[in-house]
Design a protein around this ligand. Structure first.
Ligand SMILES: NC(=O)c1ccc[n+]([C@@H]2O[C@H](COP(=O)([O-])OP(=O)(O)OC[C@H]3O[C@@H](n4cnc5c(N)ncnc54)[C@H](OP(=O)(O)O)[C@@H]3O)[C@@H](O)[C@H]2O)c1
Length: 381
């Protein structure tokens, strides 16, 4: 009896020891990854890092392209990196579709962009900005965290006769705290950063694949913050709400974007559609100011401008497609590593596939749009 109790205690102690060791190991690994990320970031992701890279290897001619017959979709295009990407692509003649969740902010961005395009037309500007006359700007009110809003947009886009997008930029991003759900019951960060972009891609993909033009690109604006996280395929919406950590959920979402890009690259022929993810660097935008006030206060002087943050998105949209690798992760116009040295973040391809299927399953659980919902969305827009 005493012996059995002793054995049970010993077993419990051993289990506790293993758990403690595992926790310690995991904490140490996380601290190591975070430290590497910060050291590397201070050197590379800053304004100074951008200038170093620009001087070392940027080729201005890469952006000297005429996008006049191209339709480009940018989510979260009313401010920050998204606005700057939309403006740079409009400057090259693209028809730019601004996908914004708020009509007023979207209208303000559209007006500003139209004015900027009009100012540039006919003026003498650097070669890399001059290739074509101004493009058109269209605003669509879309909340990318809500499947109904996305479905409504895609139907309307097709009904209005717009062609398959040449470039789809998933730029809208969220890092919100505390834990909250969308009206459809999905955790907000996951809904905005992952679930919505996957649905939008899936709904637009058939038209891109079938299109004869055959230069279609889908770009996910991820973040090097993903380097600190492993691929999460189980707890997509952070069920333990009391322990919710928005910074980590955001980084997990950004890692999931990398895996999703790899999944699409494996399943869609690159001669039809290219899929890329990128990191904009550390950029002075409302997202950083509001969601990371401590980081913002420390790094403020070194942050990039939104134009610099948008640069790799613009490059991925413009550069000769032969220089791009579908499934790749890019930073400052060059392929970048997806894993830090000595980190345990790599995963087999089947995990990316599993993640994609779980997202599809979650999307399927959300009630499809009824006619009443349609009327409501149309009225809200
Ligand atoms: N700034 C950085 O240092 C940094 C670093 C790495 C990656 N990124 C990534 O860069 C992208 C752009 O971020 P940013 O820094 O430019 O931030 P930002 O200026 O705050 O822009 C975020 C944009 O996303 C929009 N948005 C958020 N939720 C949305 C939703 N549900 N539906 C539609 N639009 C929505 C916002 O709209 P509202 O104006 O209506 O809120 C805003 O237009 C994000 O994906 C972010 O994760 C940024």
């Amino acid at each position: 009896m005493v012996l059995a109790r002793g054995a049970r205690l010993a077993a419990l102690a051993a289990l506790a020891g293993v758990a403690l060791n595992t926790n310690l190991r995991q904490s140490a690994m996380y601290a190591l990854k975070a430290a590497q990320f910060l050291v590397h970031g201070s050197w590379s992701y800053t304004h100074g890092g951008y200038e170093k890279h620009r001087r070392a290897y940027f080729r201005p001619d890469d952006l000297a392209v005429d996008l006049r017959d191209r339709h480009v979709l940018v989510t979260g295009a009313n401010t920050g990196i998204g606005y700057c990407a939309a403006e740079a692509l409009g400057m090259r003649g693209a028809t730019v579709h601004l996908l914004c969740r708020n009509r007023e902010r979207g209208e303000a961005a559209k007006t500003k962009l139209e004015q900027r395009l009009a100012e540039r037309t006919g003026t003498s500007v650097p070669k890399e900005d001059t290739c074509s006359p101004q493009g058109r700007v269209l605003l669509h009110v879309v909340d990318v965290s809500e499947t109904q809003s996305i479905r409504h947009f895609v139907r309307e886009y097709a009904d209005r006769g717009f062609p398959a997008p040449s470039v789809l930029v998933h730029n809208a991003g969220a890092m919100t705290s505390p834990w909250a759900a969308t009206r459809e019951g999905v955790e907000v960060n996951f809904a905005t950063n992952v679930l919505g972009p996957v649905l939008l891609t899936d709904l637009l993909l058939p038209s891109m694949i079938q299109d004869e033009k055959r230069d279609h690109r889908v770009i996910f604006v991820s973040s090097a913050g993903m380097l600190t996280e492993r691929l999460e395929t189980e707890d997509l919406e952070w069920r333990d709400r009391a322990r919710f950590d928005a910074t980590r959920q955001y980084a997990k979402n950004k890692r999931q974007q990398i895996a999703i890009v790899e999944h699409y690259a494996r399943t869609v022929p690159p001669e039809r559609v290219l899929f890329m993810a990128c990191h904009p660097g550390w950029v002075e935008t409302p997202l950083v100011r509001q969601a990371m006030p401590g980081f913002y206060a420390r790094m403020r002087e070194g942050l990039r401008t939104p134009e610099q943050g948008a640069d790799t998105i613009v490059w991925l949209s413009c550069v000769d497609r032969g220089r791009l690798q579908s499934g790749g992760f890019y930073f400052d116009r060059a392929p970048a590593a997806k894993h830090l040295p000595l980190s345990d973040t790599s995963y087999p391809p089947r995990n990316a596939e599993k993640l994609y299927q779980r997202i599809r399953q979650r999307t399927g659980e959300i009630a499809p749009t009824t006619e009443r919902d349609e009327a409501k969305i149309a009225a809200e827009n």
